[in-house]
Ligand binder design. Structure first.
Ligand code: ASP
Length: 438
């Protein structure tokens, strides 16, 4: 059994959290490869190391040095060294780092130093080897992960190392410069390592006990999702559920490695297990897995009799949207109607009027109607395809609550039902669906 563990910023924030992390790692010998984030906030008012490093970069660009901003980084790592009783010469390492930040003038290089320093400290604290991600993770010339190269490098390097600490968040680009993933990217690093070493489990340790069925700010009693498939999670994270970086699923997906979201501060909680479809052992009672949503969409509703027999109708409409570089979220359609759902922020500065005029000219519709301030809410769950009457239950509950449904889109996989409601009904809608199924 081999486990790859990733610890997030809150788990790295202070000596108490770090002691807890050590305890967790040492409690199971299978936890051999540890990926760490940069130290996060120690309290609500605090600054994350990564944010402080971006501020250093801004100062270097503005003034040629980062003396002032780097003081905070120095203090934080000196505090960690002292509290953990480490022997390394942290000030020598910090001097060199500051100099490199000034010389490199790269935002990615600067931001990556949080994970780099964090991993060096953690390696000494655990007595594990430090393995730099810069030596094993590689991006291609399009900025995408070079998976094969990375797999080979990781396997080769780690085959000689029994236990290691590896910094998250970065690798090298094809020219050899440090490049980071997008924010929260240490999750992706963990997934890449888990896949390359063919881990049995990827444990992602954070400060919550997994995914909740829906946003607890809307439903305070929302339960934890015990098990979810990769695909269900994709649907939910696209809609805004954010415990794990959305790209962290892809590397482990091919190797069918499960991801366990765990809470560093409540290790006894089971957390959420993310599994491939064929390893899903759902309970009969569980019909829906999660509910997630986003506000502020605009629906352009186009109606034309006999639209279905007009060759090229949809293509002409879509090419107008492409011309304006607009990203389409959904396209529910009827026999004589076509609705286009777009995030409202894409339609600012008069773009909406221009698009409508072009649609009128190009396809001569009977009617074009715009509905603004729409929220999309996705109800996701494998169980839905097995159960007769799931959508009836959902729509009945919403009708009883007096919520007007403005749009319906059921994915062909029967994994989700997406509905559009007025922004003002958003919270009530999520509460109603949660109640109907729990
Ligand atoms: N430290 C980086 C961030 O704050 C990456 C991570 O923590 O995953 O985004």
């Amino acid at each position: 059994m081999l486990k790859v563990c990733k610890f997030g910023g809150t788990s790295m924030a202070n000596s108490e959290a770090l002691a807890q992390v050590k305890k967790i790692i040492f409690s199971e010998p299978e936890r051999r490869y540890v990926i760490v984030s940069a130290p996060g906030k120690r309290n609500k008012q605090d600054t994350k190391i990564t944010d402080a490093l971006y501020a250093c970069y801004d100062q270097v660009i503005a003034t040629g040095n980062c003396k002032e901003e780097f003081k905070f980084i120095r203090e934080r790592f000196n505090e960690i060294k002292t509290e953990l009783g480490l022997k390394l010469d942290i000030n020598a390492i910090l001097d060199r780092t500051e100099q490199e930040i000034v010389e490199n003038k790269s935002a990615d290089f600067t931001a990556s130093r949080g994970e780099y320093l964090s991993a060096i400290c953690m390696a000494e604290y655990l007595g594990y080897e430090f393995v730099d991600s810069a030596d094993i993770i590689r991006f291609d010339s399009h900025g995408k992960l070079n998976q094969d190269y990375t797999d080979d490098k990781v396997q080769l390097r780690l085959s000689k190392v029994e236990r290691a600490v590896i910094p998250g968040f970065y690798g090298k680009d094809f020219q050899g410069n440090i490049k980071t993933f997008s924010r929260g990217g240490s999750d992706v690093t963990g997934s890449i390592i888990a896949r390359a070493v063919k881990a049995d489990l990827y444990e992602n340790w954070t400060d919550v006990s997994g995914f909740l069925v829906c946003d607890p700010r809307i439903v305070p009693e929302a339960k934890t999702i015990q098990q979810i498939t990769y695909k269900e999670l994709r649907e939910l994270s696209y809609m805004g559920a954010s415990v794990l970086h959305p790209e962290a699923i892809f590397p482990v997906m091919k190797g069918k490695i499960r991801i366990n979201i765990k809470n560093t501060f409540r290790p006894e909680d089971r957390g959420t297990m993310i599994v491939p479809n064929d390893k899903y052992i759902g309970s009969e009672e569980q019909i829906i897995t999660g509910i997630a949503g986003k506000k502020d969409f605009t629906v352009i509703l186009i109606e034309k009799s006999m639209m279905n027999s007009e060759v090229g109708f949809v293509r002409r409409v879509l090419s107008i949207l492409e011309h304006y570089n607009l990203c389409i979220e959904h396209i529910p359609s009827g026999i004589d109607t076509l609705s286009i759902v777009i995030a409202s922020e894409e339609l600012k500065h008069g773009v909406l009027d221009d698009v409508i005029n072009e649609i009128r000219e190009s396809v001569g519709p009977d009617y074009v109607h715009v509905i603004e301030n729409i929220s999309l809410i996705a109800t996701v769950g494998h169980g839905m395809s097995r159960r007769v009457g799931t959508s009836a239950k959902l729509f009945n509950a919403l009708a009883e609550a007096g919520i007007n449904i403005r749009m319906i889109d059921q994915g062909s996989s029967e994994l989700n039902i997406i509905i559009g409601v007025a922004n003002s009904d958003y919270e009530k809608c999520i509460q109603t669906i949660y109640k109907a199924f729990n």
